[in-house]
Ligand binder design. Sequence first.
Ligand code: HEC
Length: 142
Amino acid sequence: MQTSKVRLVMVFVFLPLLITACGQREVSFQRQINPILQKNCAVCHSPGGPGYIKSGFSVATYQDVMKGTKYGRVIIPGSSISSTLVRLIDHQANPLINMPKKFTPIEQQHSLIILPGSNARWLSKHDRDLIAKWVNQGAKDN
Ligand code: HEC
């Protein structure tokens, strides 16, 4: 094949394939989602932590995450829009219950996780998009 033809094949066949493959790649709970939860949520949402005591929501295991709070699920597989967890981290809910939790000054004084500058650190857009994508792909234990 001539070089120009090879190039055309690259551009019109392989490039679209590559782009499609990247767009549909499955988000992995173990590799991508769990580390975000452990870093940003586990400190409060593990048995004994303030978030767990108040809501019953733990991020200790995949099963815990799917179980939700003492009132029910916070993740609806396939629908990030209906998933409380996604709404909370996107700050679309009541500002008082956005997650990660905003500390009161007293909580801040007693907390080991004081965050410089702001006390309510939002997840990055990248992390929020990743969680929403994982939920929309079925919130699998993958
Ligand atoms: C500093 C502690 C803290 C951190 C960090 C934190 N939470 Fe919470 N979370 C709470 C508390 C406390 C509650 C109970 C509701 C309240 O008081 O606002 C709660 C409640 C919740 C609920 C239940 C809300 C409901 O509708 O009942 C979900 C879901 C949740 N958190 C998810 C998360 C996620 C996801 C993260 C990490 C991105 C996170 N939280 C980080 C403290 C925390």
